[in-house]
Design a binder for this molecule. Structure first.
Ligand SMILES: [Zn+2]
Length: 206
């Protein structure tokens, strides 16, 4: 793509680095911004910069947060003895949208995937194991996507905490194998949390 302006070219190239956006879409966005009042671009770039500079991760669950402890962890009305283990922040949003879960979360930051070079040490597993061993948790719910990587991650954590006496369950598989939680509809996801099954039963059947 040839541009008559280096400035346009630079903006297009930056935007085109975002996932799911090709150069054509990037150009459309840039031209759109040019038609808008200048402040619009200013608000957009300020919002992005501020988000990047000031975002925090909850000390307790690693969810994104504006404070050191996220709103979910800080909420006394939530059941702090029930912890739902998820891959990333999108899963927290998906489960929160169901309105069916009153416990708290633990965000791993991914799943074990040797192909992608992600090992257990890159994930927030130790803080989860520590929480369980401190004895404040009654139930751990595994809510990872039902892929091989998800199963591997569940099983890795299971082995670390199996002797701690904590109840372990997994979300019911109304969600098809290989599906990402994010794409499950709210009703299905909500049900799969309510009708969760004991974790050991889930993998012994396989
Ligand atoms: Zn939190």
């Amino acid at each position: 793509m040839e541009f008559s302006s280096k400035l346009i070219e630079k903006a297009v190239n930056e935007i085109a680095q975002l996932p799911g956006i090709g150069k054509r879409s990037a150009l459309r966005l840039v031209l759109h911004l040019l038609k808008q009042p200048k402040e619009q671009t200013s608000f957009l770039s300020q919002a992005l910069l501020q988000m990047r500079e000031e975002i925090k991760y909850c000390k307790n669950c690693h969810n994104i947060s504006d404070n050191t402890i996220c709103e979910i962890c800080a909420n006394r009305n939530r059941d702090h003895q029930v912890v739902c283990v998820v891959e990333d922040i999108r899963d927290v949003l998906a489960i929160e949208n169901t309105g069916q879960f009153r416990g708290i979360y633990h965000v791993l930051g991914g799943k074990i995937s040797p192909i992608d070079g992600v090992g257990p040490s890159q994930l927030k597993i130790p803080t989860l194991v520590e929480k369980v061993k401190n004895g404040h948790i009654v139930e751990v719910i595994f809510a990872l996507s039902s892929t091989m990587e998800g199963d591997t991650t569940n099983f890795y954590i299971y082995k670390q905490i199996v002797n701690s006496g904590v109840t372990m369950s997994t979300i019911a598989r109304g969600i098809a194998v290989g599906d990402e939680l994010e794409y499950a509809d709210e009703v299905t996801l909500g049900r799969s949390i309510l009708h969760r099954v004991p974790f050991e039963k889930s993998f012994k059947n396989n």
